[in-house]
Design a protein around this ligand. Structure first.
Ligand SMILES: C[S@@+](CC[C@H](N)C(=O)[O-])C[C@H]1O[C@@H](n2cnc3c(N)ncnc32)[C@H](O)[C@@H]1O
Length: 273
């Protein structure tokens, strides 16, 4: 499937028209929005800012930027903007586009943001360069993607086995790759961005929490890809689901690494960018 349309996020897996897909994205947003919004606020998102959110999903962060941070404008881009278009928040524009297309050039922005998007793109490295080029002088690029800190030494419980099979299956089917994510701050430096920093948040797997629901839904959707790895069978996936919803799941959830870097006015003036 590699390189074919069926082998891409939203086509081979996680199709937006599937019942419940927007709800699955919302569960992920519920688990991580608090951390993302705290970081965006600390970076100064506010009045006067024009923002680009690529792979904006259901638009929870685009709406927060406008309604709570008070930014001036947000362009929310996704291959499927149905959830975004359902909302008429003042200042919100939407664009239905494939961000990997060579002619994707939406302009320059004070904030360029992408969360849980680049990890799903085979062209993630080229996309970091592309997104950095969309940051206006004085602006900031903020990228969040998944990290999985489960070590090779963690016990092989149904949960850990299934989570490993999920990453393997997603890699084989749609090309999802999180191996580069811890290097993201260095990659932002390579793009000539300054004052680069990063943080990791790993929320707890509490039964009944949005995060536990997100992983259960994700396993449901990725089930065939997980089975195709040969690392798990249906019974093990079912046992992992029970472990996830029990009080005794000691498993460490995958977390989110957020890295950011600024395009300084000086670097632009001196021709370094
Ligand atoms: C895991 S969801 C994350 C949604 C949102 N950023 C969030 O964190 O809540 C990934 C999103 O990226 C979008 N996406 C994936 N590949 C894309 C592409 N090539 N061009 C535009 N959007 C894409 C999907 O449609 C989906 O909405």
């Amino acid at each position: 499937m590699r390189g074919t349309e069926a082998g891409r996020y939203g086509e081979g897996l996680f199709r937006p028209e599937e019942t419940g897909e927007a709800d699955r994205i919302d569960l992920g947003a519920l688990a991580y929005d608090e951390v993302s919004t705290a970081r965006l606020a600390a970076l100064g998102a506010g009045p006067g800012w024009s923002c680009l959110d690529v792979g904006a999903g259901t638009g929870t962060l685009a709406r927060w930027l406008l309604e709570s941070a008070g930014v001036t404008a947000v362009l929310a881009v996704d291959r499927d903007t149905r959830s975004l278009d359902a909302d008429r928040t003042p200042g919100l524009s939407t664009l239905t586009a494939d961000i990997t297309a060579p002619d994707f050039a939406p302009g320059r922005f004070q904030l360029v943001h992408a969360r849980f998007v680049l990890m799903h793109l085979r062209s993630w490295r080229r996309m970091i360069t592309k997104l950095a080029s969309l940051v206006a002088p004085g602006g900031v690029l903020v990228l969040s993607d998944a990290v999985d800190l489960t070590t090779a030494g963690a016990p092989a419980t149904p949960y850990t086995t299934v989570m490993r099979a999920m990453w393997h299956g997603l890699r084989q089917s749609i090309g999802t790759d999180i191996s580069w994510v811890p290097d993201c701050p260095y990659l932002l430096r390579e793009e000539g961005l300054s004052r680069v920093a990063a943080e990791i948040h790993v929320p707890p797997l509490v039964p009944g929490s949005p995060l536990s629901g997100f992983w259960a839904d994700t396993w449901d959707r990725a089930r065939d890809a997980m089975l195709a790895t040969g690392q798990v069978d249906a019974a093990r996936i079912e046992r992992a689901g029970r472990e996830l919803s029990s009080d005794d799941c000691a498993g460490l959830s995958p977390g989110m690494l957020t890295a950011w870097g600024w395009r300084t006015e000086e670097a632009v003036r001196d021709g370094h960018i």
